[in-house]
Design a protein around this ligand. Structure first.
Ligand code: ZN
Ligand code: ZN
Length: 151
């Protein structure tokens, strides 16, 4: 899936204009809360949980509830404006990027960052699934400890 994106510091962000267009296409609409949620996500380097988004958006919109933030995040995921990263062992995290990319994940605090790497094709070519297994996608993650957690 391709889309027009602005390149900003190596990180891809769709502007609010693009978000409005996407919401329009899919019958969603732009609200102040939705824009604030999106805006917060586009300004952070790591991929926050719904709780983190809530705590930060609340500073701008004191009346917003966690349920509303969650609903807005899910609406943005549904119209493919953002992506949701889920793991069995923690809360879902939300990512402003929707293109295929890789992450580093801290085992201490659970935060995730985009990993700027060339597509790992050559390494992937050496990985062979069992016979009969049809690969449709893959994830690449570097696990470790971030600077804060290494203290
Ligand atoms: Zn950490
Ligand atoms: Zn990411």
């Amino acid at each position: 899936m391709k889309r027009t994106v602005q390149e900003s510091g190596g990180k891809r962000k769709a502007g609010l204009e693009e978000l409005r267009r996407r919401l329009d296409e899919r019958g969603g609409h732009m609200t102040r809360q939705r824009a604030a949620v999106y805006d917060y996500l586009s300004g952070v380097e790591h991929h926050p949980t719904a709780e983190e988004v809530f705590l930060n958006v609340k500073r701008r919109i004191p009346k917003i509830s966690l349920a509303t933030v969650y609903k807005n995040l899910e609406a943005l995921v549904a119209c493919e404006a953002i992506s949701k990263l889920t793991y069995g062992d923690g809360s879902a995290r939300y990512d402003i990027r929707t293109d295929h990319h890789y992450h580093t994940r801290c085992l201490g605090c659970g935060r995730m960052w985009d990993l700027e790497a060339a597509r790992g094709k050559s390494a992937l070519e050496q990985i062979k699934p069992q016979p009969g297994f049809a690969v449709s996608d893959f994830r690449l993650e570097l696990l470790g400890h971030c600077e804060d957690c290494r203290g």
